[in-house]
Ligand binder design. Structure first.
Ligand code: SF4
Length: 176
C-alpha cells in the first residue's frame, strides 16, 4: 500500500472515505472538475512544459511507502509549483504541497519551497515545511497505514460534506 497526497487529504476529511478509496472501492467518474483542472494547466501556463519538469517522487518512512506526483518542479530554484482551479484557498492544498516537500526531503532534497497558484484568484501563496508539519505528516501516514490495514470500514460521519461525497449513496443507501 502506497500513501499519496489524496489519501492524506481524504484521511483529514473522513476516515471512512480514506479507507474506501485505499481499498479500491471507487465511485468517482471522469467529471468536468477533473477536466477543467487539466485544462487550466494547459491554458494558464503554456510555457511551463519547456521550463519545468513534472516529477514523480517516492519515499519510505518507517516501512511505509509514499508517493507523489508534482505538477511542475523547478529543480534549479528548488521550487514546487502547484496550480489550483479553485476559487478559494484550502488547507488541503497546503498539506498536499507540504507532503511533496517532505517527500523531497526524504530523497535528500533539503530547503525546497512550494508555490500554490490560484489563477482565478490571481493569488500565489508560498509554502514552507516546518518541524511541526513534519511531525504531523509522520503521524498521519502512520495512522493511515493502520487504518487502511484494518479489515473494518470506519463508521459514516453524518456530516454536511457527505451530500457532496462520491460515496454518499453507498454510505446512506438505507436512508435513500
Ligand atoms: S458519504 Fe460521508 S461518511 Fe461516507 S465516505 Fe463520504 S464523507 Fe465519509
Amino acid at each position: 500500500m502506497t500513501i499519496n497526497a489524496t489519501l492524506i487529504n481524504l484521511y483529514n476529511v473522513c476516515h471512512r472515505e480514506c479507507w474506501l478509496h485505499a481499498n479500491g472501492i471507487r465511485m468517482e467518474h471522469t467529471s468536468d472538475t477533473v477536466y477543467d483542472g487539466k485544462l487550466l494547466h494547459e491554458t494558464s501556463y503554456p510555457q511551463r512544459a519547456a521550463k519545468h519538469n513534472e516529477m514523480e517522487v517516492s519515499g519510505n518512512y518507517q516501512g511505509i511507502e509514499l508517493s507523489g506526483k508534482i505538477d511542475f518542479y523547478d529543480a534549479i530554484r528548488k521550487v514546487i509549483h502547484e496550480t489550483k482551479r479553485s476559487d478559494k484557498v484550502e488547507a488541503a492544498h497546503e498539506w498536499q504541497v507540504k507532503f511533496y516537500l517532505w517527500l523531497l526531503e526524504l530523497n535528500g532534497i533539503e530547503g525546497a519551497t512550494a508555490l500554490l497558484e490560484y489563477p482565478k484568484l490571481r493569488k500565489t501563496d508560498e509554502v514552507v515545511l516546518c518541524n511541526t508539519d513534519r511531525g504531523f505528516l509522520q503521524q498521519t501516514v502512520q495512522k493511515i497505514a493502520e487504518l487502511v490495514a484494518s479489515e473494518t470500514c470506519p463508521p459514516r460521519i453524518n456530516a454536511k460534506i457527505c451530500k457532496s461525497c462520491s460515496y454518499y449513496e453507498l454510505c446512506y443507501i438505507d436512508e435513500l
